[in-house]
Structure formats: structure tokens, C-alpha cells
Design a protein around this ligand. Structure first.
Ligand SMILES: [Zn+2]
Length: 205
């Protein structure tokens, strides 16, 4: 789920071997692609929970980007990049909450089939990134954080699939709306923590 979970920023840049850098690039591309896929299919299928799940893919793609850029980045720029990530995640989260409110008032019934299928693809994407990071884990890469991050991401994807099942079974939008509110709120609170941390880092430089 959209906690600030997949955070590899603390790995020592000197330990980023070329092989591990390649893994981070693949992880970045997978997360950025899944972000676009979930936003577009969320709009297409009128599913706000799919859009809420996309927030985490965005945050993770940013994390991999920051990890890769760390080589040439000063501490101040890392903190600024984290601040940018937090602000963007927060705005996405608020937009999803606004869309959910709009859907409560005017929305139709989301396409359960699309929700379930994209949720499953998202789960497979997160699992393959987790296995890749595990297989090519680098020196000081924090395996516990990779595990926690993958677990939380998988819970989010499974929540979307459960919402799809609920929409299909009840023929109403409510399961989609409830899951979206929970996930988008978690996204906004994670974003606020990222912003707070980045601001105090910038302050103490
Ligand atoms: Zn994540």
C-alpha cells in the first residue's frame, strides 16, 4: 500500500554495482509503466481504487529514480527530490479522494473485470520486482524494508481484486469507493511524512 515503503535511498551509492543499477532501472520502468496502466485503466473502467493503487507505483518509481541519481546528487538535492516526491504523491492522493467524492455523487458502476485483471497484473509486477531485488540484493540493501514494501504493495493489489469481486457480486460501486478512500488516505498520510522528513533534512543541512 502507499506507505513510503520501497525506499532504497539509504543504500550507500558506492555499493551500487552496475548490475544492481540495472535492476533498479528495470524496477523504475516497471513501476512507472504500472503507474500509467493503472491511471488509464482506472479512468477507462471508472474505478477509483485502481487510481488509488497507482499512487504507490508513482512513489516507488520516484524512489528508484532517486536511488539511481544519488551517485551524482548532493544531500540537499536528494532532500529536494524527496520533497517533490512527497508533494506530488500528496496531490495525487487528494485528486483520487476528489474523484471518489465525485463518483459517490455521479459515478456509475466500475468494470469489475478490468479492475480484477489490472489488480492481478499489478500484483505480478510487484512480485517480480521483489524477486529481482532479492536475487540481486546488493551489499547493504535493507532486505527487511524490501520485504515490508513488497508485502504492503501486494496487500494494496489484493485489496483492488477484492473490491473487483465485491463490485461484481453486489453490482454496486461501493467496494471500489471504500478501498479507494482507504488507499488514497494512506497515500496522503505517507506523502505528509515524506514532506515532513524532507523539510527537516533541508532545515538541518
Ligand atoms: Zn511500494
Amino acid at each position: 500500500m502507499a506507505k513510503d515503503c520501497c525506499n532504497h535511498e539509504c543504500s550507500n551509492p558506492k555499493l551500487l554495482t552496475p548490475k544492481y543499477q540495472k535492476i533498479l532501472w528495470i524496477a523504475l520502468v516497471i513501476n512507472a509503466t504500472m503507474f500509467m496502466v493503472e491511471i488509464l485503466s482506472g479512468i477507462n473502467a471508472q474505478s477509483v481504487s485502481l487510481m488509488a493503487d497507482a499512487i504507490d507505483f508513482f512513489g516507488d518509481a520516484m524512489n528508484y529514480g532517486i536511488s539511481l541519481a544519488v551517485l551524482s546528487m548532493s544531500l540537499a538535492w536528494r532532500a529536494r527530490a524527496a520533497l517533490f516526491k512527497g508533494l506530488t504523491m500528496g496531490i495525487f492522493g487528494l485528486l483520487v479522494l476528489a474523484s471518489t467524492l465525485w463518483s459517490i455523487m455521479h459515478g456509475g458502476i466500475p468494470e469489475a473485470y478490468t479492475m480484477g485483471l489490472i489488480g492481478l497484473i499489478a500484483l505480478l509486477a510487484n512480485l517480480s520486482v521483489a524477486m529481482m531485488l532479492y536475487a540481486y540484493r546488493d551489499g547493504d540493501a535493507n532486505m527487511q524494508s524490501v520485504w515490508l514494501c513488497s508485502r504492503n504493495d501486494a496487500i494494496g493489489n489484493i485489496a483492488v481484486m477484492i473490491a473487483a469481486l465485491g463490485v461484481w457480486g453486489s453490482n454496486s460501486a461501493w467496494p471500489d469507493l471504500v478501498v479507494a478512500v482507504i488507499m488514497a488516505s494512506l497515500g496522503v498520510s505517507a506523502a505528509m511524512q515524506v514532506i515532513k522528513k524532507a523539510r527537516s533534512e533541508l532545515h538541518h543541512l
